[in-house]
Ligand binder design. Structure first.
Ligand SMILES: C[S@@+](CC[C@H](N)C(=O)[O-])C[C@H]1O[C@@H](n2cnc3c(N)ncnc32)[C@H](O)[C@@H]1O
Length: 254
């Protein structure tokens, strides 16, 4: 099998394993998990680009929804333990200690029902990211969430993320970067940004939530903000196969 086909096969296996637990959380949770993990390029992108280091054991997922990332992390470690991990993919944590912070109680319920049994037990915290206590972390993931709060509140969250990563330093080896993976829409890319806002509002409505206002920034402003907070930043396009203008910012603490 070519390396490419081997990775496709591994991804299908991972997709099945990570979405399987959502069967027990109801039809919505199951279909949402299958669709989201299958169609959003970010999850496979994180793995293929080696953005999750094995030493990043304490993972904080802000705006975690129904905890799909917790399931993915657990399935990744299972695949590595059973030697089904393709050689082209870098290793990820053998045992991730996951905390998910989410505003919506219904998402927390679905997350707990689907993946609350995993080991190590994931912590799902129903709270507003603007005021939640953030635990000491090695890796913080914020995917498509910050635009729900106003610009000043975004800065507040990012400053507290920096603090959480700094707090994690004592138990982290020197080779492991303290990393924030932040996906945002690039407001400078007008068409893609407008489409993602429209989809975002529709999905929010379908999930039965009130549609809130949103706040975006051009990519250059996101980068400048993170640099001001002491991160070294690189950006990767992360909306392949979709009409959006999404960018993944890989921000490592200096
Ligand atoms: C577009 S979804 C993304 C979910 C998940 N990060 C993913 O990529 O699958 C945004 C999530 O952020 C949550 N959220 C919005 N505002 C929040 C806040 N102030 N505090 C915590 N979570 C919030 C929403 O309820 C929703 O689950």
């Amino acid at each position: 099998m070519t390396a490419h086909r081997q990775q496709d096969a591994a991804w299908r296996r991972l997709h099945d394993a990570a979405t399987q637990p959502y069967r027990q959380a109801g039809r919505f949770a199951w279909h949402f998990a299958r669709g989201k993990l299958g169609r959003d390029p970010v999850f496979r992108g994180l793995i293929e680009q080696g953005l999750i280091a094995p030493g990043q054991r304490r993972v904080l997922d802000i705006g975690c929804g129904q905890g799909l990332f917790a399931s993915l992390l657990a399935s990744m470690s299972e695949m590595q333990a059973s030697l089904h991990w393709p050689p082209a993919w870098s290793a990820t944590p053998a045992q991730a200690h996951y905390t998910g912070v989410e505003l919506m109680p219904r998402d927390i319920e679905r997350a707990t029902r689907a993946v609350g049994h995993l080991q190590p037990t994931p912590a799902f915290v129903c709270a507003d990211m603007c005021s939640a206590t953030l635990p000491a972390s090695d890796l913080v993931v914020i995917l498509d969430v910050l635009h729900y709060v106003h610009l000043q509140a975004q800065e507040g969250v990012l400053a507290r993320v920096r603090h959480a990563l700094l707090q994690g330093a004592a138990e982290r080896d020197h080779a492991t970067p303290a990393r924030l993976l932040l996906r945002v829409g690039d407001a400078a890319s007008r068409r893609g940004y407008r489409i993602s806002q429209w989809v975002d509002r529709t999905v929010t409505r379908v999930r039965g939530h009130r549609v809130p206002p949103t706040w975006g920034r051009p990519l250059a402003d996101w980068t400048a903000l993170l640099e001001r907070l002491g991160f070294v930043v690189r950006s990767l396009p992360m909306s392949q196969g979709t009409p959006f203008a999404n960018v993944l910012l890989v921000a490592d603490l200096k």
